[in-house]
Design a protein around this ligand. Sequence first.
Ligand code: C5P
Length: 227
Amino acid sequence: DKKITIAIDGFSSTGKSTLAKQLANYLGYVYVDTGAMYRAVAFFAMQNELISTEFFDKESLIKSLPSIKLQFKFNADLGFAEMYLNDVNVETEIRTIEVSRFVSKVAEVSEVRAKLVEQQKEMGKDKAIVMDGRDIGTVVFPEAELKIFMTSSAITRAKRRYDELVAKGDDVTFEEVLKNVEERDYIDTNREDSPLVMANDAVEIDNSYLNRKEQFDVVLELVNDTT
Ligand code: C5P
């Protein structure tokens, strides 16, 4: 079978990562969650007091970039790779609503994007990869053989994210989560560098009305048509 590159982009909490993980496991491909990388950089900025609700010291973050080491390490028990920031497992820390509040601001910085995109291209150079994010089909792998663009209503997505956070024991309200989802959509779609936009050759999947199995079947058929 031909090995391909699969790019999955879309708004936050569309279930991109669930689908991407499932697909990678099924195909025996590597799965890369690029959102985790932006989240890790945001977490670094928070830890070093470079970002808060009042300010953002962009220049210091840019200067610190060479000292930020990001790695994925596969956890066989979990069946997926976890995010490491400077050799520390930050998988739990990067999924909090606090990080979600700052991540889109950090992801607007071109120097941050350049560093992460370079690393992502390197990870995908041998194909057989499923990568999800916002700019995978447009910037990271414009030549990907299969591009999926996932959408669903903000309410559906906020509900999904809210259920996830509550299941983890986070103390959040639905309104807070909805506001965060809408804010990130806005920043991600309107930023100057690599805004979230559907690639011309992407296939759009609106999963407001599709369950996981239906989505998976649709995408698998697209994979089979490509390989
Ligand atoms: O996918 P996830 O919701 O974890 O991504 C968190 C944030 O990281 C997004 O809201 C976006 O601001 C940023 N991001 C990005 N480009 C990517 C992946 C994520 O700008 N390829």
